[in-house]
Design a protein around this ligand. Structure first.
Ligand code: ZN
Length: 293
């Protein structure tokens, strides 16, 4: 018997082993809508295999429009368990699911993980630090800003698991932050990036893509490399203005927020603000990343 909510489309010949994932966070369902539409399209790869996985369906099942942030996960963040904890004793709803999904992640030559964001913000393609992922993302010519970051101190993301993190390897892993969770624009962005990804991998020809999936080609701005992050120390964390992400703060030392009355300032000049948000605010949570082009 197969693994629940994992679907495969195989081509006639061997080829790239693509994994498309959605609902790693149970409340981010724009990616799931697009993945569902892809499966219904009937498209199959010319070669290799495309696996589509709806990851944290147990959390999504609890989605409540009155408490839309509460179904991000059940026990813990599914996108922080992809390190040594997979092999360690202990379990949780999310560790159990990660262990089910692990064979699909480990066989994938190419991973596209579809996410969305707490706040209305321009979309991002998150690549990690390896040059091959940054180059692959830039070459897609999609609208999202490419962001190179080192992941999270509090656990390993799926896209940083195993061979994806091998500097000498050739596996590709991208994470799309498509825009705000429940905006229609996030669907359009997810559709566009998913198809561009499959064409770039070679699973599909551009002429296979059904009408309405692709947006216009974009000349992408230079990647933003994350230089640091701000971790909230208190519940009294406030930005000085309504930052949306993508703002470039020219002067080093510019105060952008206050945390328990203490100023939070930009660490260098021409500092790009990446994903500012206090929606999940509690001490220890990242409220904004700094970057430079
Ligand atoms: Zn997410």
């Amino acid at each position: 018997m197969g693994v629940p909510y994992v679907h495969e489309r195989a081509g006639a010949r061997p080829g790239p082993e693509v994994l498309l994932t959605a609902l790693v966070h149970g409340n981010e369902y724009s990616g799931a809508i697009v993945l569902d539409a892809f499966l219904r399209s009937g498209l199959t790869p010319h070669s290799g295999r495309i696996t589509a996985a709806f990851c944290n369906v147990a959390a999504f099942d609890r989605f409540d429009p009155g408490r839309p942030d509460a179904s991000r996960f059940i026990d813990e963040d599914l996108n922080r368990v992809w390190g040594p904890r997979l092999d360690a004793p202990g379990t949780s709803c999310e560790l159990h699911r990660a262990r089910q999904l692990r064979p699909f992640v480990e066989r994938a030559s190419h991973l596209l993980d579809l996410h969305s964001m707490h706040e209305p913000a321009p979309p991002l393609l998150v690549t990690g630090l390896l040059a091959r992922n940054i180059a692959f993302a830039q070459a897609l010519r999609s609208a999202p800003q490419v962001v190179a970051d080192a992941g999270h101190a509090d656990g390993v993301r799926m896209r940083d698991h195993g061979a994806f993190a091998d500097p000498a390897g050739d596996r590709i892993a991208l994470l799309l932050e498509a825009g705000q969770h429940w905006e229609c624009r996030s669907l359009a962005t997810s559709r566009d990036v998913l198809m561009r990804f499959l064409v770039a991998v070679g699973s599909l020809a551009r002429s296979d893509v059904p009408p309405g999936w692709l947006g216009p080609d974009v000349d992408p701005p230079a990647p933003v490399r994350v230089t640091g992050r701000v971790i909230a120390r208190s519940m009294d964390f406030r930005f000085v203005q309504d930052f949306r992400g993508g703002e470039v703060i020219a002067r080093a030392g510019t105060v952008i927020a206050h945390d328990a009355g203490e100023p939070v300032a930009t660490p260098h000049e021409d500092c790009v603000l990446v994903m500012p948000s206090v929606r999940q605010l509690r001490p220890g949570v990242t409220t904004v990343r700094f970057g430079r082009r």
